[in-house]
Ligand binder design. Structure first.
Ligand SMILES: O=C(O)CCC(=O)C(=O)O
Ligand SMILES: [Fe+2]
Length: 322
């Protein structure tokens, strides 16, 4: 499974001057974003509106968080899959540790999390993670708007009530000279994801069968936008939900923070009718997000290739044109 350095993931800078909807700059950005999501299922967005200072602060606080005693980490639980603390283990990876903060653009949720981790709470943690999440949520909204604009759809074609789950992750450096799995290959089950990392690379995407590229040289203002399975279903298969993993080498630990879009209970994922026609028959039945999410992390799903779960859950065969 070679890592191919020839293919490069598109880097798209969102300059403030291009963010005015309807301008030529905006339309150009929309087209590039859509092409990147259709071809790669992800791209590197350079977004300087989120200050490097807030990111640095967040990573510094993450480094503080991983030092809290394990009894407190274990209090970070949730009835929802992928929402709580996961320590190093065989199923995920012995190098991986991740914390989950649900509804993290809500100040009180972050505050409750901080109170679980530190007996006296941690106002600076709460403030920083809440602010960073709010800004990442804005960036995600902007990208969704670019996608609907580029397909000539109304803004509300991709609108739902959701909360943002933030996961704060640490990957240990592998034993000297080794190249080891930090996170198994998967496609994202939330609607979409934004990831930022602290200097050390490790994220890899599968550009074609068995051909992986490592995302390197991400700038201090870079976020990786990732199309999740439900967004692929919404687009009637136009957008790709890319298989990705984290592989660790070298002698430095890696830290990353990801913001995931988790629709509220009862949200139905369905492609807008404009994206379904004779050339593009409907590929997936409409489905309840939470049912799919729970299915994707259930025991029966463990026997199915992660990238195939959307198909096993929702594919219409044969596809239906309206
Ligand atoms: O840590 C990363 O860069 C990626 C994490 C990831 O893919 C995930 O949590 O779904
Ligand atoms: Fe992921």
């Amino acid at each position: 499974m070679a890592v191919d350095a020839e293919i490069e993931l598109p880097t798209i800078e969102f300059r403030s001057s291009d963010l005015k909807r309807g301008t030529e700059g905006w339309n150009r950005l929309c087209k590039r974003v859509r092409e990147a999501c259709e071809t790669f299922g992800c791209f590197d967005v350079v977004y300087k509106k989120i200050s490097t200072k807030i990111r640095e602060d967040a990573f510094e606080l993450l480094k503080e968080l991983v030092e809290v005693p394990v009894e407190r980490k274990q209090k970070n639980t949730s009835p929802l899959p992928y929402h709580g603390w996961v320590g190093p283990c065989e199923q995920v990876s012995v190098l991986y540790e991740g914390f989950g903060v649900g509804d993290a653009s809500n100040y009180d949720s972050v505050k409750s999390f901080a109170q679980l981790m530190w007996p006296n709470g941690h106002p600076r943690f709460t403030e920083t993670i809440h602010t960073l999440t709010t800004q990442m949520e804005e960036l995600n909204k902007l990208i969704w708007l670019m996608l609907t604009d580029s397909y000539g759809l109304r803004e509300d074609s991709l609108k739902m009530n959701y909360t943002t789950l933030v996961r704060m992750m640490k990957y240990l450096a592998p034993p000297p000279g080794e190249y080891e799995r930090g996170l198994f290959a998967h496609t994202d089950k939330p609607v979409s994801t934004l990831i930022c990392e602290d200097k050390i690379s490790g994220l890899e995407i599968e550009v074609s069968d068995g051909q992986w590229i490592k995302l390197t040289n991400l700038s201090p203002s870079s976020f990786v936008f990732m199309v999740g399975d439900p967004l692929k279903a919404w687009s009637n298969g136009r957008l790709k939900s890319v298989n990705h993993r984290v592989m660790m080498s070298g002698d430095k630990d890696r830290y990353s923070i990801a913001a995931f879009v988790i629709p509220n209970e009862g949200t139905i994922i369905k492609a807008p009718k404009e994206l379904i026609d004779d050339q593009h028959p409907q590929l997936f039945k409409e489905f309840d997000f939470m049912d799919f999410f729970l299915y994707a992390f259930s025991d029966p799903a463990k026997h199915i290739d992660n990238g195939q779960l959307l198909y096993s859950y929702a594919s219409l065969s044969p596809p239906v044109s309206h």
